[in-house]
Ligand binder design. Structure first.
Ligand code: TRP
Length: 337
């Protein structure tokens, strides 16, 4: 059998998971497991680049691990970045194959450094924030990833990873690293139900996101109060709120309900209550399964921690092999392990 292509992606540990995160990224990760050799990392080293709290970082890391498994990621595909310290070692080596100027031009760096400057005049901007994309390149290249499922906002970082790989290959005179490619699957853009002109996000406040583990009553309430039509949309066009509800229905896989409600819409007799009811039903169904899995995982935290430490250990072997070869090629010394 032909070897499966390698997929790698990572996510920063931050609190709750909402339907925007799930439909916009995680569900895709879950599905990719059927086709590719997948590795997914919870990147706690990355989470230190902005001001943070150690206790919260550790809590969020395990919370995210639980959430990922509960939503369908296989535990054997998961690792925690700080349990594979070779990422940081490769990052150092890559620093020397990356142009400083290119790092200062990264959009995410410019956004995050100026944003904090504007809000708190004396905010601390770490060198880690500038170096963030180099660590990301290490995450990707250490597993010789062919494909990296990411959002459009990460394409620039991926381009940098390719530049680093190329510069390294040139320096050592060998096509050692595969050049990774972004996997830009078509994913639904989930908007806030309270304000469908902005993305569903946690930072905007409680009513702007729906937690995938939320209780049934809360989901129903949030969908019931979803903005539909504010009267600003030109006739003949679908308002952002209604569009968002339809895309939530589609993302939930309720194609029959989607088709029949869409037919109502086209005939001009769609009742928003019916659309909302269908969406609420779909989301409740998904969240119920996830919530049950999450409870089961939380009931045996010890087993879960063991499992993730073991999978990180297995994944680490691959990282160690790469770093060993890289050090050899780069003229560094290897200690035997
Ligand atoms: N920078 C990514 C984000 O903000 C997270 C990330 C870190 C990542 N390392 C990665 C994504 C490696 C893909 C591959 O979403």
């Amino acid at each position: 059998m032909e070897k499966r292509k390698q997929v790698l992606s990572c996510i920063q540990p931050t609190g709750d998971m909402h339907f925007g995160n799930y439909f916009g990224a995680i569900k895709n990760w879950v599905d990719l497991q059927n086709t590719y050799d997948c590795i997914y990392g919870v990147v706690d080293y990355h989470a230190m680049t902005m001001p943070y709290t150690p206790k919260k970082l550790r809590e969020n890391t395990w919370e995210l691990i639980i959430n990922l498994i509960a939503t369908g990621i296989k535990p054997e595909h998961l690792f925690i970045q700080s349990l594979v310290p070779e990422h940081a070692e490769l990052c150092w080596i890559f620093n020397c194959f990356c142009s400083y100027g290119q790092l200062t031009r990264m959009t995410q760096f410019k956004d995050k450094s100026s944003h904090s400057k504007a809000e708190h005049a004396d905010d601390f901007i770490s060198a880690g924030l500038l170096d963030y994309p180099v660590l990301q390149a290490a995450d990707i290249l250490i597993y010789r990833a062919d494909y990296v499922p990411v959002g459009k906002d990460q394409v620039q970082h991926l381009e940098l990873s390719r530049n680093i790989a190329q510069r390294f290959n040139n320096q050592v005179g060998k096509e050692y690293f595969v050049l990774p490619e972004p996997l830009l699957t078509e994913i639904p853009k989930v908007m806030s139900t309270a304000d469908p002109t902005r993305k569903m996000s946690k930072s905007a406040g409680e009513k702007h996101y729906i937690n995938v583990f939320a209780e049934e009553a809360r989901i129903r309430k949030q969908i019931r109060s979803a903005v539909t039509d504010t009267g600003e949309t030109p006739s003949g066009e679908m308002s952002p709120g209604v569009t968002n509800l339809f895309s939530l229905l589609k993302a939930s896989g309720k194609m029959d309900a989607h088709a029949s409600l869409m037919a109502d819409q086209e005939a001009g007799n769609l009742r928003y209550v019916d659309l909302k009811e269908a969406v609420a039903e779909a989301l409740v169904e998904i969240s119920q399964t996830f919530r049950e899995r999450k409870e089961a995982l939380k009931a045996d935290r010890k087993a879960l921690k063991q499992q993730i430490k073991a999978s990180s250990f297995e994944i680490r072997k691959r990282a160690q092999q790469t770093v060993k070869e890289v050090k050899e090629l780069a003229g560094l010394q290897n200690v035997r392990f």
